[in-house]
Design a binder for this molecule. Structure first.
Ligand code: GRG
Length: 298
């Protein structure tokens, strides 16, 4: 069977993102070696690179140059990698397996994991600040601000705080949605917008359609994540399966049941594809990516 056109595109973006990440991370032989080694361990050689794929696919809508998209793809994957390191630490989810390998604090130690996460986060902003992303400096600054807001207390970190406070509590579906719009959705949305903003078109209606898509795909990603956590196994996921139920965490599956959670994923996919309709064929990779997010096995 020949690989689909989408499959080939996905693998090409994953490969160039891996290369770009390897180039922007300090070499492990540079002092402090252990910290740099831990940073490379956390970032390289794993992950689906969904956020990088979203940035590149959104960039196709606005004819963005690939080198700019590489920089943005690195930045969002770095923020994501830092969040995983900190999320896995004993003070948060306390997990031992990530991307099929021991988590950073297990492989190294807690202090190194904390510092690696910190340094990976600041590297993301360094990459955005030092790469040419737009001829107008004000636009580039706006892009840096966009990522900072998405990662901060009104975005991903805030969502994580809401998540930690919700463990063991019963929350409503709207409350769960607010939590995930921040924790998972904010960075996914930013990935789409940053990719689009690498292009020449800053048409407000294009960005609006893409933002509506990003919002739906962020929630879709989380619903599918909850379904996989409940029904898949540790070997397939590359991280500990069944943790949500074990930790008494509210999820779409615990609130809705498996059948309704699956229906919700289908509805979110339909909404995401609807949001792309005004963009026509230029958004076909984004549409395929949304389908991939639903069909993924890990
Ligand atoms: C610690 C500030 C801070 C934030 C942590 C996003 C997050 C907040 C934690 C990640 C833990 C988690 C299981 C979140 C739910 C969905 C999610 C983001 C899963 C992991 O993302 P994938 O599947 O991972 O894209 P890969 O390994 O493919 O990159």
């Amino acid at each position: 069977m020949t690989e689909s056109d989408y499959g080939a595109w996905m693998r090409a973006i994953q490969l160039r993102t891996e290369q770009a990440l390897a180039n922007c991370l300090p070499e492990s032989g540079i002092v402090p070696e252990r910290l740099h080694e831990a940073m490379r361990y956390a970032v390289l050689g794993g992950g689906k690179r969904v956020r990088a794929l979203l940035a590149h696919a959104a960039g196709l809508v606005t004819a963005a140059p690939a080198e700019r998209l590489d920089a943005v793809a690195c930045a969002v994957e770095l923020i994501h990698a830092y969040s995983l390191i900190h999320d896995d630490m004993p003070c948060m989810d306390d997990d031992v397996l990530r991307r099929g390998k021991p988590t950073v604090h297990v492989q190294y130690d807690e202090a190194t994991a904390l510092l690696a996460g910190d340094a990976i986060q600041t590297l993301a902003f360094q990459v955005l600040a030092e790469s040419p992303l737009d001829a107008a400096p004000a636009n580039q600054l706006a892009m840096i601000g966009l990522l900072a807001r998405a990662a901060g207390s009104r975005g991903m970190a805030g969502g994580q705080a809401i998540d930690l406070a919700a463990v063991g509590k019963s929350i409503s579906l709207p409350e769960l949605e607010v939590m995930h719009l921040h924790k998972t959705g904010a960075l996914i949305r930013a990935s789409v917008l940053l990719g689009a903003r690498c292009g020449s078109a800053h048409d407000a209606s294009v960005l609006e359609s893409l933002d509506a898509f990003g919002k739906k795909v962020g929630l879709l990603f989380q619903v599918v994540d909850d379904i996989l956590d409940a029904q898949s196994d540790t070997a397939t996921l590359g991280k500990t399966a069944g943790k949500d139920a074990e930790h008494n965490k509210p999820t779409y599956v615990s609130l809705l049941g498996m059948t309704d959670a699956r229906d919700m994923a289908e509805n979110l996919l339909a909404d995401a594809l609807d949001a792309l309709r005004p963009l026509g064929a230029a958004a076909s990779r984004l549409a395929e990516l949304a389908e991939f997010i639903v069909q993924r096995r890990f």
